[in-house]
Design a protein around this ligand. Structure first.
Ligand code: SAH
Ligand code: SF4
Ligand code: F3S
Length: 459
């Protein structure tokens, strides 16, 4: 976008915020919280920089690529700020937490840098800009639940962070630095929040945490993710509960049993394996072996044959040999995940792994990444083909993004399923949005399952 295009053409009245969000669902959830706090302070949300009096970037630091995108945005804002000196520019999220005042040094046109525990105070921090040139606020703090109320717009799905931070120290990972120590939220507060969300029509709740299955540990009163799931499960009107992301070490039998027993809890576990090689897992500091991971898979599948498993993988970790990579390929072959996110290793400043030479060539990383992505698609295609003729319970989320004539929803295992928006008589089925329906699967691509209602639904 040219500087001219993002300089306001008409005078802006009132306070307005344009926010761009990078990174994971934690960041999306934080965006909803900061919008709520700014809303309380009289800001309205706008869709372009040109209409905004405040521009916020909610940033991710997990890989250099994520930070490069933000650097690009900040470079582009320099001429805009020169033309509109009153425009406030803020950086929040994980990159803000990691770089702190370094951001102001490099981009003096940025007004404020706000860390991952401080953005709930955004209105006050903006006020303090009236007397100061820059504000950098990145201390880690405690929860004040009142401040963490979010403004949600999506309609069916709500994401609820149940904890913040991470107490693991995977050697490649910046998250413990950007999000601080693990802190679990109070289960009674969470129950209240979920009750309110369900009353507002959010029938699918996804509980968020970096190691969500470790939820409760810091409360010290025996609360676990399993006990929280049981508590939330009782809420009338709630249709589905999910949780992401789990660490393999924290998946207890109690948790697996609870997921298996409670009908509203989706049979879907996102449990990143990262690598199939014990040597690499050790260097990554993951605290489990390949065989322990496979044992978890067996435990989960014995208890819930229909469970869908999702993983993350990092390729090209320092010293990853062809044999190490082959072990990851064979792990994928053995488990056959419903989905995999695959990332090329990116050295992150301050993490222990930067002391290891990033010695896997970029082309090798790319080739290994593509190999795993291709393999995942093969597995998915084969698994989907086996589902032809089967029925899955789908929570209908809305019109399909790629085809307006179809509705889309997700199965318990989080598989993307679409079906015709109109019945044979031409009547709209939009009234099913937000409902659970049984869909008989007829055909598939490697990304989507296509089907139709298994039985007619009475209006
Ligand atoms: N808390 C989650 C994941 C957090 S980050 C967990 O522990 O599973 C999301 C994913 O990014 C990780 O699972 C990992 O696969 C990837 N990732 C993290 N740091 C990375 C790095 N330095 N380079 C490449 N990928 C990385
Ligand atoms: Fe990062 Fe490991 Fe914590 Fe996940 S568990 S956020 S990969 S340190
Ligand atoms: Fe998420 Fe990126 Fe931070 S993945 S926790 S926004 S570093």
């Amino acid at each position: 976008m040219s500087a001219r295009a993002i300089v306001a053409a008409v005078p802006i009245t009132g306070k307005s915020v344009y926010i761009e969000t990078f990174g994971c669902q934690m960041n999306s959830a934080d965006t909803e919280v900061v919008l709520a706090r700014l809303g309380d302070a009289g800001y309205r949300r706008v869709d372009s920089v040109a209409e905004a009096t405040l521009v916020l970037y909610n940033t991710c630091a997990v890989r250099d690529h994520a930070e490069a995108k933000v650097r690009g945005r900040l470079d582009a804002m320099k001429p805009v700020k020169a033309k509109r000196p009153d425009l406030r520019i803020g950086v929040m999220g994980c990159m803000a937490q990691r770089e702190k005042d370094e951001i102001i040094r490099r981009y003096p046109h940025v007004d404020l840098v706000v860390g991952t525990d401080q953005f709930v105070r955004m209105p006050q921090l903006l006020e303090s800009l009236e007397t100061r040139d820059h504000v950098v606020e990145t201390a880690f703090g405690d929860f004040e639940d009142r401040l963490w109320d979010a403004r949600r717009t999506e309609g069916i799905n709500a994401w609820v962070p149940i904890m913040r931070g991470c107490n693991y120290n995977c050697t490649y990972c910046v998250v413990p630095f950007t999000r601080g120590r693990e802190k679990s939220r109070d289960p009674a507060q969470l129950e209240d929040e979920v009750r309110r969300l369900v009353d507002e029509g959010f029938v699918q709740i996804t509980l968020l945490g970096q190691t969500v299955d470790a939820y409760g540990k810091t409360l010290g009163d025996g609360t676990t993710l399993a006990s929280l799931l049981r508590r939330l499960h009782r809420i009338d009107g709630l249709k589905r509960l999910r949780f992401v992301t789990s660490h393999p070490k924290d998946i207890t039998d109690e948790l697996i049993d609870t997921v298996a027993e409670l009908p509203k809890v989706a049979k879907h576990l996102h449990v990143p394996a990262q690598s199939g090689s014990d040597r690499i897992l050790r260097m990554m500091g993951r605290r489990y072996t390949r065989s322990e991971y496979l044992h978890f898979v067996e435990r989960a599948r014995t208890r819930m044959p229909e469970v869908e498993l999702l993983s993350d993988f990092i390729v090209g970790f320092p010293r990853e040999t062809a044999d190490d990579f082959a072990a990851t390929v064979s792990l994928m072959d053995e488990v056959r995940f419903a989905g995999s996110y695959v990332f090329m290793y990116s050295p992150r400043p301050g993490t222990p792994a930067v002391n290891l030479v990033d010695d896997v060539a970029h082309e090798t990383k790319r080739a290994r990444c593509n190999h795993l992505l291709d393999l995942q698609l093969v597995h998915q295609g084969q698994a989907y083909a086996k589902l032809h003729g089967a029925t899955r319970r789908v929570l209908v989320e809305g019109a399909s993004k790629s085809d307006d004539a179809m509705l889309h929803g997700r199965s318990e295992g989080n598989l993307n399923i679409v079906f015709p928006r109109m019945d044979v008589t031409g009547a709209s089925r939009d009234h099913l949005i937000g409902d659970l329906v049984d869909i008989r699967i007829e055909r598939s691509t490697s990304l989507t399952l296509f089907g139709d209602l298994a039985a007619p639904v009475m209006a």
